[in-house]
Write a protein that binds this ligand. Structure first.
Ligand code: DPP
Ligand code: ZN
Length: 844
């Protein structure tokens, strides 16, 4: 496979002045007729006329009305063209019905839909399929489907046809078409300048009662983007469509967002609180792309973080505003450490702006998205809130309608603030998680903090320079009062000290408040000091962090030394959990223990080889101990956070249910599942039903509820995904492989549906000790299915390969077993470029 490099970028030799597309829909023989006006690009020197095209049958092609015969390859076509503006026309035939890769135009549950990001448009027609080629589009759709949608504004329709006109120049990856017998949930929005926008969520007929929440989220997002970023919507209509078979979460096509149905359909009976929160965030994310992504797009795919990092950052701000800021921050850091840190510290490590790839679909990663968002958060912390907004205003002003780079992005910050960001830019080019060692000194009333930063080598990058690291610090006195409120120390050197004068006594530092930089802090801290911060820190993130570190230490000593649990920590934790002045959602986060995978990483970093069974056992013992120790107050505390009002998916109620569920998990260890079964039987919403089911399964008491759940929900795909995922995710480690093998035999298992495939395979891989079963059965099972799916859906297969990325943490036997499976995948005939690249990188 060919490797593509950032340094090789050159502009396309032609600009596209307009695009007209006509679609004659037919399941296995759709015709696409294109008329594209090209002109030589004055900014380019290479005049090669190459149009991307894959899996297309060319019927005819013309230039300025004259038939031409282009040179065709598997990747596109070349043709001799005039050196003046000209019109290219072509007709191709494609087969949506047999498109199982879910890229380009395909059919999902009888509905035509498209996915073009990153390089799917080339499966629709011949085109310069690159994000720096932008054009207006006029699209005509011919077919018998009741509803026919494309980007932009409606421009006429009649019996069997509809036309759409998108006046905003866009790259082809933002193209979309949907056609089917859909129904809509309509609404409208008046923008800040008084323009009326028609809003629709389009779904299959049975799903129209699951749209109201998504619609509210959309309107909130539109208002928020006006109020916080001054960004107004720019078309007469905004359409969202729910699609059952979709590789990603959702896609921000101009004026026509296409959503995985799991990321938009919601009802109290079928969706959990977490689903609701996620749906709200994804609707916001895709909507926010209208400015950060669509109006200003990426010059090339190496710049993906330009739109994704920024848009993730914006949707996190939105969620923090709609819900709780500290809870959102803690949840995001949990997620960053669970997904981005292992990526950044393993064989798949790559910079936020990668410098090469074989298959761009493999770079829609936690690093590009989540670390990309962290980098923007740091930039905002460094320049301050006002300067951040000034820089963003300048960005929108200067670059509207352009395809941009990270250099353009940083330059607006430099111009708006006068700062030099050359060193800061290393966050975009250097991969790996920096480690920051902290030491402290107290002498003559002066307290000094000294930091040393070091980023370990990552593939292709042996040596790294020091980065700019904003370290938010506050100081407490021994009574627990804050004597120095949060201030941001700006670290720029490999080693750097910061002094604090005028203190009456040696303070206790609270370092990296709010997780002000995506780094690993290395500091020897006594349990007493952590317990002190758990009790007194005013920064909620660090309060949580203190407890998390105590939990890690506790589990490590249980695993390595066979010690009992740290009762002092548990006493401190109990005080927090029972403190009803604190947000229940925060208390629930305090109760969540480090995952088994996180503990494997902790042990590995300490130089121990993690034993998945021992980790599982220690977590079990710890929970058992917590349940026993808290036996006296669990039922009462749980009752005190019970919600007796009608279900609402808001922060208040969902925080209570989340705490209630964490308490029920402990209660289940004491009463053989009685309380969980009672909750299951009485549940009138999916949050309570599913949490009860999950506790019953982990207690080994789930058989009846699993059956009942299936009987109740077998008709609902999204709910059944939960059923599949939970059984294998919560199974006891020794039976997880058997459970997984049973589930793939279930008639409702459908490997062609990415949600279902991920429910089972992703759920299984999350079952840490089950997946890492000593005999390698888990590895072989997953590899079998990856090999099977690769022919059908390379993108989802390749994505799932990343569950092997942490393989070097484990013992030699397990490593050998995993290597065997990776090599077996690698040897599969006709392995996709996607999977080949992933497996090769993981093997190293
Ligand atoms: N649809 C994906 C996202 O919004 C890719 N752009 O992140
Ligand atoms: Zn995005």
């Amino acid at each position: 496979p060919k490797t593509i490099y950032l340094k090789d970028y050159t502009p396309f030799g032609y600009v596209v002045e307009s695009v007209h597309l006509t679609f004659r829909l037919a399941p296995t023989a759709t015709r696409v007729i294109s008329r594209i006006a090209f002109a030589p690009n004055p900014d380019a020197s290479d005049r090669t006329f190459f149009l991307h095209g894959e899996e297309l049958s060319l019927i005819w092609a013309k230039i300025d009305g004259q038939d031409v015969t282009p040179d065709l390859t598997d990747e596109g076509l070349r043709c001799t063209v005039p050196d003046t503006p000209f019109v290219w026309e072509a007709e191709v035939e494609i087969s949506p019905q047999t498109n199982t890769a879910l890229e380009g135009l395909y059919i999902s549950n009888g509905m035509y839909c498209t996915q073009c990001e990153a390089e799917g448009f080339r499966k629709i027609t011949y085109y310069p399929d690159r994000p720096d080629v932008m054009s207006t589009f006029i699209v005509r759709i011919e077919g018998e489907e009741k509803v026919k949608l494309s980007n932009g504004n409606p421009a006429g329709s009649g019996e069997g046809w509809a036309e759409w006109h998108d006046p905003w120049p866009k790259p082809a990856y933002l193209f979309a078409l949907v056609a089917g017998d859909l129904v809509n949930h309509p609404d409208s929005f008046t923008t800040m300048s008084g323009k009326q926008v028609e809003l629709n969520i389009w779904v299959r007929p049975g799903d129209v009662d699951k749209c109201a929440f998504g619609m509210e989220a959309l309107k909130k997002s539109m208002t928020w983007d006006e109020e916080v970023y001054g960004r107004e919507y720019d078309l007469d209509i905004f359409n969202i469509v729910a699609v059952d078979d979709f590789n990603m979460g959702a896609m921000e096509n101009k004026g026509l967002n296409v959503f995985n149905s799991s990321c938009v359909l919601a009802s109290p009976e079928t969706s959990t609180d977490m689903n609701f929160e996620r749906i709200e965030a994804i609707i916001a994310h895709e909507y926010f792309h209208n400015w950060t992504g669509n109006r200003i797009t990426c010059r090339d795919w190496f710049q993906l973080c330009l739109k994704e990092g920024l848009t993730v950052f914006r949707d996190a701000q939105f969620t923090a505003d709609m819900r709780s800021e500290p809870v959102k921050r803690i949840s995001d850091v949990i997620d960053l450490r669970a997904r981005q840190f292992p990526e950044d510290q393993g064989p798949l490590s790559h910079p936020v702006r990668p410098e090469s790839f074989q298959e761009i679909n493999n770079f829609y990663t936690a690093t590009v998205y989540e670390k990309g968002a962290e980098v923007i958060g740091m930039l905002k912390t460094l320049v301050g809130d006002d300067a951040y907004i000034r820089a963003l205003d300048l960005y929108f002003d200067r670059h509207d309608g352009q395809a941009c780079t990270i250099e353009d992005w940083l330059r607006v910050f430099e111009d708006a603030t006068g700062r030099d960001l050359a060193q800061f830019k290393l966050w975009y080019s250097q991969s790996g998680t920096p480690r920051v060692a902290v030491s402290e000194d107290w002498a003559d009333g002066v307290y000094t903090l000294t930091f040393k930063q070091h980023t370990p080598p990552t593939p292709g990058q042996d040596v790294k320079g020091p980065k700019v690291i904003p370290i938010a610090v506050g100081l407490l006195n021994p009574n627990g009062d804050e004597v120095v409120p949060t201030q941001v120390l700006e670290m720029t050197q490999a080693e750097q000290s910061f002094r604090f004068d005028g203190l009456a006594s040696r303070p206790v530092p609270s370092i990296l408040r709010g997780f002000s930089a995506p780094v690993v802090l290395e500091r020897e801290v006594s349990r007493e000091e952590r317990a002190f911060l758990l009790a007194h820190d005013t920064d909620e993130f660090n309060r949580w962090e203190a407890s998390r570190n105590l939990a890690r230490d506790c589990l490590v000593t249980m695993i390595r030394d066979g010690a009992g649990p740290d009762t002092a920590w548990l006493d401190g934790l109990e005080r927090v959990v029972r403190d009803d002045t604190l947000d229940p959602a925060f208390r629930a986060l305090m109760l969540s223990l480090p995952t088994q995978s996180e503990m494997a990483q902790v042990l590995f970093e300490m130089g121990s080889t993690p034993d998945p069974d021992a980790i599982w056992q220690a977590a079990e013992d710890l929970r058992g101990h917590m349940a026993e120790a808290w036996r006296g107050f669990l039922p009462e505390l749980r009752a005190s956070v019970a919600v007796d009002a009608p279900y609402l998916p808001d922060a208040d109620q969902s925080g209570k249910r989340s705490l209630g569920s964490a308490l029920l998990a402990l209660q289940t260890r004491l009463d053989d599942g009685a309380a969980a079964q009672a909750q299951y039987d009485a549940a009138d919403n999916m949050t309570l039903q599913l949490s009860a089911l999950s506790h019953l399964i982990s207690a080994g008491k789930g058989d009846a509820a699993i059956k009942a759940f299936e009987t109740q929900w077998h008709h609902d795909r999204l709910v059944m995904d939960k059923w599949f995922g939970l059984q294998v995710g919560m199974a006891k480690p020794d039976v997880a492989v058997d459970v997984a093998e049973g589930l793939v035999e279930h008639p409702a298992f459908d490997m062609g549906n990415p949600n279902r495939f991920r429910a089972v395979m992703g759920g299984f891989a999350m079952n840490h000790a089950g997946f890492h079963r000593k005999d390698g059965a888990g590895y072989a099972f997953l590899a079998d299915w990856l090999i099977r799916l690769d022919d059908k859906n390379p993108q989802t297969t390749a994505r799932m390969c990343s569950v092997f990325q942490t393989w070097k943490r484990y013992d030699a036997d397990r490593q050998a077993l995993i290597r065997t499976q990776l090599e077996r995948i690698k040897a599969k005939p006709k392995l996709s470029r996607d999977t080949d690249e992933m497996v090769s990188r993981i093997l190293g």
